[in-house]
Design a protein around this ligand. Sequence first.
Ligand SMILES: [Zn+2]
Ligand SMILES: [Zn+2]
Ligand SMILES: [Zn+2]
Length: 176
Amino acid sequence: MRDVDVSNAVRAFLVPREGTLTIEQRSGYVCIWCPTVLRPGQGIPLGGAGTWHPHACTPCHTIQGQALTAYLAWNDHVTDCVVCRTGPCETSLSLRHATVQTRERAEWRPACTSCNAAFAPGEGFVPRMWLGASRVALSFLHLGPCAYPFLSSLGGDDGPHLGYGRRPLRPPPAEG
Ligand SMILES: [Zn+2]
Ligand SMILES: [Zn+2]
Ligand SMILES: [Zn+2]
């Protein structure tokens, strides 16, 4: 990915919601990921309008951008790879390694979006992008039961919080 593409992807996927940032962060005075103070013209602009001008310092932007790029590359691979439909191929394993490493540096630890558990060493998991309430979520799923309801119903899902086994039961139709 070129720098400008990474920057666009960071804008699209990673900028936190306005309500979760301080006033200084919203106005671009402080990096959205760390306490670095940015003077006018410093940092990477991440979109916005009016009083909403989020910026990241260059080191944070680089680290987050690398983690995002690695995740997207892995996700693209898993989506298209025929071998990966039955089990992760060599490419998938190395993309997973890159994703985990870059995300650790970004302090953005992967956990299963279905059961909320972190991944133990040796456990299989796959990337899973889904459309959340306000943005695309870049999540992961354990292989097996956690992945089943998502991978088997591509598109139109309700998000992981209504995951397998926890979907509210529909009340029976009223009689008469
Ligand atoms: Zn920063
Ligand atoms: Zn593959
Ligand atoms: Zn799980």
